[in-house]
Design a protein around this ligand. Sequence first.
Ligand SMILES: Cc1cc2nc3c(=O)[nH]c(=O)nc-3n(C[C@H](O)[C@H](O)[C@H](O)COP(=O)(O)OP(=O)(O)OC[C@H]3O[C@@H](n4cnc5c(N)ncnc54)[C@H](O)[C@@H]3O)c2cc1C
Length: 264
Amino acid sequence: MPVSVQTFGTIAEANRALSAGRGAHYMGGGTTLMRAINEANPDVETLIRVTDPQLSQVRLEGSAVRIGAHVTMREIARSRELAFLAPVARVIGGPQVRSAATAAGNLFAEQPYGDFAGALLACGAQVELGDGRRTSVEDVLRSPPRSIVEAILVTPPADGLAFKKITRVKPKGVSLMSISAVVPRRGGRVDNPRIVFNGMADKPARSNGAERALAGHPLSAETIARAAAAAADGFTPRDDSHASGWYRREVAGVHLSRLLSELI
Ligand SMILES: Cc1cc2nc3c(=O)[nH]c(=O)nc-3n(C[C@H](O)[C@H](O)[C@H](O)COP(=O)(O)OP(=O)(O)OC[C@H]3O[C@@H](n4cnc5c(N)ncnc54)[C@H](O)[C@@H]3O)c2cc1C
């Protein structure tokens, strides 16, 4: 079936076109949507695009960095303002994928993709929607909005973002899982940690067990061991060609422990 492409100058026009038909999809870099078209997926009838150059901009907004929806992984990896996210962007696909894959597209990527979205979730990032609303990455992951995403707002974590991608094929293999951790410390104790796994659920998700084990304690070998033991609590990861769900549960704590040990 032929696929039509509709290009608009503004998000408002594109949002109207999107709501007109079930087969209409917004296209960012197209790294996953073009695959669906090549596989003749009948759900994709129309591709909606927006040419507004503001969607490709990175700029400071107060203490936050505003990442336009179309900013690519390649641009993020090279951005001074987004240096804390560069280690994440650098390991998404190979060079061709990184030069097209967008920040907003990663929020909707199907598992095992979503490494960048996981890092944004760990940083507590916000999402600006084209219909004027602002919401959290958590909400967008839980319930994809009807509107196009216009930008992502993220404040660089004062104590840094720790990230680890576990893959069988290096350097650009698909994630078996990835872990993003923001572990702030106040008065020598962990305060409000955010530990996110990608690859352990149908979307990137916080590990409540690990966060509870860390909060209020010094970041010591004992605390890390407790966090590692609780890392997979509440997760039922799926089996796929990269690993079984059982294996993912077994190794989640091991990799979290390695990541957190580097922060002591
Ligand atoms: C070979 C290969 C390797 C990959 N490796 C990785 C990897 O290591 N890690 C990883 O996380 N991902 C990986 N990906 C997946 C993908 O490239 C990324 O997730 C990318 O960020 C998706 O962005 P995109 O702009 O290409 O999305 P598209 O393919 O354009 O769109 C994906 C989905 O997002 C929606 N969407 C896109 N932009 C918007 C917007 N502004 N507002 C609302 N909805 C929107 C689309 O409608 C669609 O449903 C890989 C893909 C390929 C093909």
